[in-house]
Design a protein around this ligand. Sequence first.
Ligand code: FAD
Length: 343
Amino acid sequence: MNLNEYKGVYVYVQQVDNKIDGVALELLGKARDLAKDLDTDVTAVLLGSDVKGLVKKLAQYGADKVILVDDPALKDYRTEPYTHALASIINEFKPEIVLVGATAIGRDLGPLVSARVQTGLTADCTQLDIGDFPIKPMMGKEQQHNQLLMTRPAFGGNTIATIACPDNRPQMATVRPGVMQKIEKIADAEAEVIAYNPGFEENNKYVEIVDVVKSLSNTVDIMDANILVSGGRGVGGPENFYILEELAKAIGGEVSCSRAVVDAGWKPKDLQVGQTGKTVRPNVYFAIGISGAIQHVAGMEEADIIIAINKDETAPIFDVADYGIVGDYKQIVPTLAKSLESI
Ligand code: FAD
């Protein structure tokens, strides 16, 4: 493999029903930083049916080029045609880096595509940089420059591993939603559009989508919330969560929780914040009856303001909190809700 043939940073743009997933815009923002370090450009890969209308938005969020596969075979996500399309694009255009959001779709698509184009993939990254690999020269191992250094928690979050793919291209990563930052929208940006047709005869026949059942939840995704009122085991039981809900209602926030709460069956998994839950970046994050385990903090430390309420003054959550209140939440939270309600 001639590694020098591979150029450009590519971002897979997940869209469902013509709506671009936020992680794709976050990845375009990160791709611009990486492309700048490599002196190359950013290409968005847009797959779908009747999705041309999304090109402008991709340009506004950082794409220099858009490779567009617009085909009825791609109407709803199906593993085989999407894998075929993305793998064909990689084989044809030879990107140096391919980034995919670590969503349910991305976790299906990314590994399959990497296997098909015979390269490595680092899953669930929380940081991406361009640098030297190995980071320190090792005996007998030559240091290679301008490698994609892909960082992710490992061994249950007890260590952070930095992984590279020095011998193959492209360098592929799936990246956690909510970790990277979008750029400010550039209203008048334009992107070059490259229409591509990989052909779908063979890959279109295995799975037929008969019906799509939409999620019935009427709550806001906690990843989109500006204010989160998050409860932990210290809340004491599902029957007490109304206290947090009242605070959330008073200040226009949403309720989320720690894994202990999900494991106990008090709240559903889609409200879990943390390493094995969601990464959130709200303006304000209330951590109530949450101890502040490293796996929880990994999902919320990027919040602008963290307010911790815990009866144990030595709880590690106070190490990451901007404001801390030591005491029983049952006394503190209703008072807080009342005083904030009137603001
Ligand atoms: P606890 O650690 O039990 O803390 C409860 C806190 O409530 C205590 O600090 C206590 O002082 C306080 N408290 C008790 N009563 C009151 C009261 N009346 N008023 C005020 N404070 C009170 N955890 C996550 O959250 N998200 C994850 O994604 C996640 N992923 C994980 C992945 C792996 C591989 C592993 C091994 C663990 C993971 N965990 C995760 C679990 C994590 O290690 C902790 O066990 C968990 O976060 C603890 O939840 P907690 O803070 O709610 O409960």
